[in-house]
Design a protein around this ligand. Structure first.
Ligand SMILES: O=CN(O)C[C@@H](CC1CCCC1)C(=O)N1NCCC[C@H]1C(=O)Nc1ccccn1
Ligand code: NI
Length: 187
């Protein structure tokens, strides 16, 4: 199983690389890696397992964070309403791509963090509020998905990892808490 030891930290060159597209049919390695990434996220959100294996709770993970420079991300966004309900979005996306996005921008009010960053970096990370993405699933089926607000932000954070971008690259240097007044702040 994947643990925090498998996650590379800032300073590791792989985090600054542009990852390679995955080819289909998936190799057993790429298929297995996707499954392990999802398993990690589910474990990290389980209080007992997170405690037992000392995992930081995560809602997304990109292959480059495991030193695998491939365009694949795992998303595990819990249902914000009911506790043990079905997750809002639980999937592994291969070769994900933003097809279009809103002019409207949004940011998580308390800022962002990253499992590859062992420090708190304050500041607003302004992103597109709505995005339309395409991606391939494990079977090579193409999907198209429209997301907005928190899920859209999560996907953009992961897509950045595939392009060697870290969340703090987006923070305004002069005033980290600056955001134009039309930027939607998300709790
Ligand atoms: O590239 C992927 N990463 O670096 C893991 C990140 C991805 C998110 C950061 C902002 C948008 C996507 C992640 O999940 N976190 N960042 C560090 C510690 C907290 C943790 C988190 O937000 N956890 C969480 C949130 C809600 C419910 C359950 N858990
Ligand atoms: Ni991250």
């Amino acid at each position: 199983m994947i643990t925090m030891n498998d996650i590379i930290r800032e300073g590791h060159p792989t985090l600054r690389k542009v990852a390679e597209e995955v080819s289909f049919p998936l190799s057993d390695a790429d298929r297995e890696l996707g499954e392990k990434m999802t398993e990690f996220l589910k474990n990290s959100q389980d209080p007992e397992l997170a405690e037992k294996y000392q995992l930081r709770g995560g809602v997304g993970l990109a292959a480059p964070q495991l030193d695998v420079s491939k365009r694949m991300i795992a998303i595990e966004i819990p249902n914000m309403e009911e506790e043990d309900g079905e997750p809002f979005l639980s999937t592994v996306m291969y070769n994900p791509k933003i097809l279009s996005h809103s002019v409207q921008q949004a940011a998580i009010e308390e800022g962002e963090g990253c499992l590859s960053v062992d420090r708190h970096v304050p500041g607003l990370v302004v992103r597109n509020a709505k995005i339309t993405i395409s991606y391939f699933d494990q079977e090579g089926e193409k999907h198209k998905l429209r997301l907005k607000h928190y899920p859209a932000i999560v996907i953009q954070h992961e897509l950045d990892h595939l392009n060697g971008i870290m969340f703090y690259d987006h923070i305004n240097k002069q005033n980290p808490n600056y955001a134009a007044d039309d930027v939607l702040l998300i709790q």
